[in-house]
Design a protein around this ligand. Structure first.
Ligand SMILES: [Zn+2]
Ligand SMILES: [Zn+2]
Length: 265
């Protein structure tokens, strides 16, 4: 079975310590066919002030140098993760006009009220904030030129049990319908296995629903920020995907999406 990881952060992300060459060495050893570096280029004004803005052109150029260096042993994609894409259009779209990345993950980390759902938080999220979270995802998948919807449900990562979100189900359904219509893949992000939640996100019930609706594009992302993260729960993710009745994952090619089997069935 070929192995793919479409969500890896290197040193261009302010929150990652992962060196590209170290990661590639491990990916080759672990038998990966293709990986995508997906560093953050999604600076909200507050983040730009805190972290500064790295050069997108330098980033793409450096990934291209790495691609050339390792082309005999592994395929490497120059991807990006854009948080709140629909809110950072003014910054992001000109960047893409200059050079389109191979792969774009769109994801939501910060709600319109400034609440960050992707880090540990003490307060319980209100029903309104959870609805806001999904509504933001919906606005993003409707409007943005993305290839993958990243970590849908990431606000649950530090929870210890599955919350009852039946009141948000119609919004989640709309999100799934739109990504299917727009050929946007649904990411299975396995970072929550390292956190209290212990399930991948989008979570198994959502993956199941997506497949039931006819969706066929599932990608796997480790969301690695350190070398130990890479590949740590890959096999567990595959096993649990098979339990969701998922037997192939999506692979991006110059012709668009194709699929690759993950099990014998
Ligand atoms: Zn993210
Ligand atoms: Zn990420």
């Amino acid at each position: 079975m070929k192995k793919y990881d479409y969500h890896v952060h290197g040193t261009y992300s302010s929150d990652s310590s992962l060196s590209y060459s170290e990661l590639i060495g491990k990916a080759v050893t672990e038998g990966y066919t293709q990986i995508a570096f997906t560093d953050h280029f999604d600076y909200l004004p507050s983040e730009a002030i805190e972290y500064g803005i790295p050069s997108y052109v330098e980033y793409i150029n450096s990934i291209e140098r790495i691609q050339a260096l390792h082309k005999e042993s592994i395929s490497i994609l120059a991807g990006v993760e854009i948080g709140e894409f629909h809110r950072v259009n003014a910054y992001t779209l000109p960047m893409f006009q200059h050079r389109k990345p191979d792969l774009v993950i769109g994801s939501i980390h910060v709600l319109p009220d400034g609440f960050n759902v992707s880090v540990p938080f003490n307060e319980t999220m209100s029903k309104k904030q959870i609805i806001d979270y999904y509504t933001e995802n919906l606005a993003m998948v409707e409007e943005s030129p993305i290839n993958i919807l990243g970590h849908l449900g990431i606000h649950k990562r530090y929870m210890t049990e599955t919350p009852d979100e039946t009141y948000a189900e119609t919004i989640v359904d709309k999100i799934l319908d739109i990504i299917i219509k727009r050929d946007i893949a649904l990411e299975v992000n396995y970072s929550p296995f390292r956190k209290p939640y212990g399930k991948f996100l989008a979570e198994p019930s959502v993956v199941y629903r997506y497949l039931e609706k006819g969706g066929r594009l599932i990608t796997i992302g480790s969301d690695s920020h350190s070398i130990d993260n890479f590949n740590d729960y890959y096999n567990k993710t595959i096993e649990e995907l098979i339990d969701c009745n998922c037997h192939e994952i999506a692979v991006i090619t110059p012709r668009g999406w194709e699929t690759s089997p993950i099990s014998e069935k």
